[in-house]
Design a protein around this ligand. Structure first.
Ligand code: OGA
Ligand code: NI
Length: 349
């Protein structure tokens, strides 16, 4: 058996064989968005989305309007980039102040992930807080990094991201309606959105029993839209009992999940599920998530309209940008302490 660098080794309770039901029938909903063309079906789609956000925090969508061609093009182009020699890839490496670009040392909860990533902001340049200090109002303007080769990398990525963002806002409107709110309730939060999309490459791993492609985590965004290839490996933890379920690849579908912001805005009605990626020893896997993030100055706290004496706020407000910057610092290298989690803003009763 090959040795694995110890930085990749998960604690026994987090390994891929822990607490999972591998052959459980698929239960996570797949929702066909072409049904929105039928006025009589719109309300059903909205309530199915609402139920999925509450029960699982995950669902898949098909006929979602992101063209297959744009997806295929980005998938092919990024593969060419990831197959380049390391010295080429590190020319566009992310650094401590600018999280855009190539990176192969990502940690989730202080254990190294078995993957390489490339991060691209949707808005270029993107504005983020200068530091984690709550008293420091300075902002930093950061730019994407683009490789010279393959030459259409930038165009392919931007084309795909444009479609993904459009769908993200469509879904946000449907989620808003499912909560009984006006469809544009969240729009103002995205004037200087910090959204980004990421290319994940998970190489074959000699010890998939010990390492994970991504360790268990919740996404720190509003919603995520993930294109995964046919290999599979994404698992989510069921809200009711924490058992791990696979999200099976469905051709051309996108996997949608609720992130920490939406969970906070809805005061935990909608669930941000823990998820992780299991790797395998023979096949590489690609996935492309688009993370919808609000502006840096948005305060994330439960929406007044959803609160009542029976449903008091469960979170103190926090400034999104400061949270994002703290999180990023700790992703970058192994820290002595656990990286910042949303639970730190929970009101303990
Ligand atoms: C992530 C993530 C899942 C996947 O990048 O946050 O959860 O299947 N990815 O790659
Ligand atoms: Ni994730």
């Amino acid at each position: 058996m090959e040795d694995l660098d110890p930085t990749f080794i998960q604690a026994p309770e987090h390994r891929s064989n822990s607490n999972s039901i591998p052959n459980q029938p698929e239960e996570i909903p797949v929702i066909d968005l072409s049904r929105l063309n039928d006025p009589e079906d719109i309300q059903n789609v909205i309530s199915e989305i609402g139920d999925a956000c509450e029960t699982w925090g995950f669902f898949q969508v098909i006929n979602h309007g992101v063209p297959c061609d744009a997806r295929k093009r980005v998938e092919e182009t990024v593969k060419i980039f990831f197959d380049l020699p390391m010295e080429e890839k590190t020319k566009v490496k992310r650094d401590e102040v600018n999280p855009a670009g190539y990176h192969d040392g990502e940690h989730t909860k202080n254990v190294r992930d078995w993957k390489e990533v490339f991060d691209i902001y949707f808005k270029d340049p993107m504005v983020m807080p200068f530091s984690t200090d709550p008293e420091d109002d300075r902002l930093r303007v950061v730019y994407n990094k683009w490789p010279q080769f393959p030459s259409d990398f930038r165009e392919a990525c931007q084309e795909y991201a444009g479609h993904a963002e459009k769908l993200a806002f469509r879904l946000l409107e449907l989620i808003s309606l499912s909560l009984g709110l006006p469809k544009d309730r969240f729009h103002d939060y995205f004037k200087e959105q910090m959204s980004f999309f990421r290319i994940n490459r998970y190489p074959p791993c000699p010890r998939p029993d010990l390492a994970l492609g991504v360790g268990h985590h919740k996404d720190a965004d509003v919603i995520s839209l993930l294109a995964q290839d046919e290999v599979g490996g994404l698992q989510i933890s069921r809200r009711s009992d924490g058992v791990w379920f696979p999200i099976k690849p469905v051709p051309n579908a996108l996997v949608i999940n609720i992130g920490n912001c939406m969970e906070g805005w809805t005061n935990d009605k909608y669930w941000s599920a823990e998820h992780r990626v299991v790797v395998n020893s023979t096949r590489e896997r690609y996935s492309i998530p688009f993370f919808l993030l609000p502006s840096h100055d948005v305060e994330v706290k439960p929406l007044e309209e959803l609160l009542s004496p029976e449903n008091p706020p469960r979170y103190k407000g926090y400034k999104y940008g400061k949270f994002y910057v703290s999180r990023n610092r700790s992703d970058f290298k192994k820290l002595e302490i656990q990286n910042i989690q949303i639970d730190e803003f929970k009101i303990v009763t």
